[in-house]
Ligand binder design. Structure first.
Ligand code: F6P
Length: 549
């Protein structure tokens, strides 16, 4: 169905009119005026808690945002996704990462095939394999148990498992050390190979297409390295593949008995739930991997059934849309107050920006509003000592998602309170800021002269009124991590529906891939690079010259 341009819709116009005053509201006043603001603008779901009260909005704003969500067909797109309709229009594919976390026994027929059955058949394969590797029953070519696992993949075939293995570090198997190699830069593979022994290393070649240049080159290098000490006959004990492309796996020389399949209806950035999560299942074991899937499923059920007013992914998405559209927030900063979530911002970058970093609608018209903000971030409190200065006093308004756990999984005294104090203090500081009067009072308390106060005063003022969300969970466990990822996945779908973009393709990565192939031929061959612009030609010539040094 062709949607009308966003800015022409009745609900967008109502919001825009509301925004002319709402965008100037002061959150300090909003809190002072309504003692119930916190309970009104918070929501619980699937073990997560979202506080979106520190945004420049009120219940009326939220009502208008939800009216827009209804008008843009968020509910019908959501239902079409869960039903397996081909909502990825440009690739004519269903979008069914949610089916990967459906409980056993639940059927979902797509193109005449019960995919619920297929998903659980692969999960059984994962259980069998991971149990054998973890128990030490799976032996390397010299009869020793596996000690190191190297996942070779990129994008969705790297970011999800790498982030999740780190996030669930405290659940990990003590013998198995996990490594992730993604970069075509040989320094990445070189560093990993320096740490492992071919006798006890398992390589997972993880690629949906099994054609991705970086992964194929890295996998070839790993194979070559392995064969320096072992034979071709030893490969099956040390190389397994995760892919949708059986032919290419066989052509690479991996026994398809050691291949873990998935399907074209799983997008790369939504694939951690599939066999792409094999490294995670190896690290934490199948039981915790199942908990991870169950946490995501709980969020799926919430997203599918909760009224929009209490629907966490919808609210997170619509608040984000409000900030993007009406506060001109061109970026979104993610601040996990948990060291083990240090890769979560990088994971969200692909999820959000590869999904919604689009400039045309599903029907091909150029969009009439800005779409996905730049997503970035770093662990608090490190971020506080790096770039929070800009977020507090810089010229742009950057909304922040704070993510924290109420309880730690370590028992080191004093740390968790200090961490949470910082997290809550930052969201308070961004909201309240510091007025001129307050800054002046602070300086006067230091007994400074009037001249000194006048000099320092402008530097000591914080404008405040800067929006943030806070997401809390009890502890960072497999189920909570599953729910957290699913929350952001569904947020992405909702925002895609508002902007009417296809959140499930990624044509924008293709151009660079093609050009890189051409340039590589020029770098390695004798072809002179004359057909590019003078900058690109010049850079190629420099690189070729350096090869002869
Ligand atoms: O799993 P594959 O097919 O190697 O693809 C890796 C990544 O490449 C992309 O297709 C484009 O960068 C991503 O969407 C995907 O996650």
């Amino acid at each position: 169905m062709r949607l009308p341009a966003l800015t022409s819709t009745a609900n967008f116009l109502a919001l825009a009119s509301h925004a002319t005053t709402a965008r100037t509201w002061q959150m300090r006043q909003l809190f002072a005026a309504d003692a119930q603001r916190f309970p009104k603008l918070t929501v619980d779901a699937a073990g997560l808690f979202l506080d979106y009260s520190k945004n420049r909005l009120d219940s009326r704003t939220v009502g208008l945002l939800l009216d827009l969500a209804r008008e843009r067909g968020v509910e019908s797109l959501r239902d079409a996704m869960f039903a397996g309709e081909k909502i990825n229009l440009t690739e004519q594919r269903a979008v069914l990462h949610t089916a990967l976390r459906m409980p056993r026994g639940k059927a979902l027929v797509v193109d005449g095939q019960d995919i619920g059955h297929d998903v659980h058949a692969v999960l059984d394969q994962i259980k069998d394999f991971t149990d054998r590797v973890r128990s030490g029953a799976w032996l390397g070519y010299t009869g020793k148990p596996i000690t190191d696992v190297v996942n070779i993949g990129i994008g969705g075939s790297d970011l999800g498992p790498k982030m999740a293995v780190l996030a669930l570090r405290s659940y990990s198997h003590p013998r198995l050390k996990m490594h992730f190699v993604s970069n075509v830069d040989g320094h990445d593979m070189d560093a990993a190979l320096a740490q492992v022994n071919p006798e006890t290393t398992l390589f997972i070649v993880a690629s949906k297409t099994f054609t991705t240049a970086e992964t194929m080159l890295n996998a070839g290098t790993a194979r070559h390295w392995f064969l320096q000490s072992a034979t071709e006959a030893d490969l099956p004990r040390h190389f397994v593949a995760v892919s949708t492309n059986q032919q290419a796996v066989a052509a690479f020389g991996i026994d398809t008995a050691n291949m873990f399949p998935f399907w074209d209806w799983v997008g790369g950035r939504y694939s951690v739930w599939s066999a792409i999560g094999l490294s995670l299942a190896l690290a934490v074991g199948f039981g915790y991997f199942t908990d991870f899937l169950a946490g995501a499923h709980a969020m799926d059920e919430h997203f599918r059934t909760a009224p929009l007013e209490q629907n966490m992914p919808v609210l997170l998405a619509m608040v984000g849309f409000w900030n993007r559209q009406f506060l001109d927030a061109g970026s979104l900063s993610i601040a996990p107050y948990h060291q083990d979530l240090s890769r979560f911002p990088a994971y969200l970058q692909q999820l959000d920006m590869e999904s919604n970093g689009k400039r045309v609608t599903r029907s091909g018209a150029v969009v009439d509003t800005p779409t996905c903000p730049v997503v970035w971030g770093e662990c608090g409190t490190n971020a506080q000592h790096a770039y929070f200065q800009l977020l507090h006093q810089g010229t742009d308004v950057t909304p922040i998602d704070f993510i924290a756990t109420l309880r730690a999984t370590h028992d080191l005294a004093g740390h968790h309170d200090a961490l949470l104090a910082n997290c809550f203090a930052q969201s308070e500081a961004f909201m309240k800021g510091k007025t001129e009067e307050e800054a002046r009072a602070d300086l006067q308390a230091l007994k400074l002269s009037e001249e000194e106060i006048a000099t320092l005063l402008p530097h000591k003022i914080f404008p405040g009124n800067r929006p943030s969300n806070t997401i809390l969970m009890d502890q960072l466990n497999p189920s909570a991590l599953g729910a957290l990822i699913a929350l952001y996945e569904h947020k992405t779908l909702v925002q895609g529906a508002i902007w009417d973009v296809n959140s499930f393709d990624q044509w924008g990565v293709e151009l660079g891939k093609v050009l890189a192939k051409n340039i590589q031929a020029e770098l390695t061959g004798s072809v002179q690079p004359e057909r590019h612009d003078s900058s690109t030609n010049g850079l190629i010539v420099m690189a070729k010259a350096a090869q002869h040094l």
